[in-house]
Ligand binder design. Structure first.
Ligand code: AMP
Length: 229
């Protein structure tokens, strides 16, 4: 059994879900004047919804709640405010990729309301209905089994964080890793699904970990040595 359930999401799924989400917004008869993307996950969904609905005004606010893959901090906070002249009286749609606890989207909604928006609605491609404290007005997929979704714009970052976690948590007993050993440990922790990630992403993640100073190549280049061990 994997330690963390993971699902890789394709670009085709993203396009389908965004189209479905946009149809639901259109069918409701409500049309936003402004779309507010929640950075970073909401960027691509928000842009696709703008395209589908013909909305020209797209702004963004950055909320941080899960600074490292599949590891949340206690309280979501606004890292960067929206740069916007005025939301006064406007219909604003805040968009994210997924509503998990719901803290990020409810904070962004509150932010838009405080900024003077006339009416604020919320939307996400996915809503984890079994854990979320907040239900978006619009969503495409109702997720009932919690998983970490590896979105196509996030693969390198997620794989880097997955490997970092393995190296840190297994560090007490192991400080040298071969490439295939690391890959099979990833499979053990994150399940067969993670094996769908092309090997080039795994190699890039290892370069990232070297650049972060966490690992270095052994002198013969065959292994990765955990630094400081
Ligand atoms: P939350 O504040 O818990 O609703 O988390 C929302 C943000 O964290 C989203 O914008 C996602 O980018 C990220 N996130 C949270 N949970 C997941 C998950 N299960 N899979 C992928 N991304 C997630």
């Amino acid at each position: 059994m994997a330690k963390v359930a993971v699902k890789l999401v394709s670009w085709d799924e993203i396009a389908d879900w965004a189209r479905d989400l946009s149809s639901k917004i259109l069918e409701s008869g409500w049309r936003p004047d402004v779309v507010m993307a929640i950075a970073r996950g909401g960027y691509v969904p928000a842009r696709l919804v703008c395209d589908n609905l013909g909305v020209m005004d797209l702004v963004s606010v950055q909320v941080v709640h899960w600074p490292s893959t599949a590891q949340a901090i206690e309280r979501a906070f606004i890292k960067h405010e929206a740069k916007v002249d005025s939301l006064a009286g406007k219909r604003v749609l805040v968009i994210d990729d997924i509503v998990d606890t719901g803290d990020s989207i409810s904070l962004a909604k509150e932010y838009a309301e405080k900024a003077g928006a006339g009416e604020v609605r919320s939307a996400a491609l996915q809503w984890i209905s079994t854990v979320a404290k907040f239900k978006p007005d619009y969503y495409s997929i109702n997720v009932t089994d919690w998983k970490w979704f590896v979105y196509p714009w996030n693969v390198t970052e997620d794989v880097t964080n997955f490997m970092k976690r393995i190296i840190m948590e297994e560090g007490a007993s192991k400080n040298r890793w071969g490439f295939t050993e690391l890959v099979s440990k990833m499979r053990e922790w994150y399940g067969d699904e993670i094996m769908k990630v092309p090997l080039s992403y795994i190699s890039k993640a290892l370069i990232n970990l070297e650049q972060m100073g966490l690992i270095e190549r052994s002198s013969n280049g065959a292994e990765y040595v955990v630094k400081g061990k």
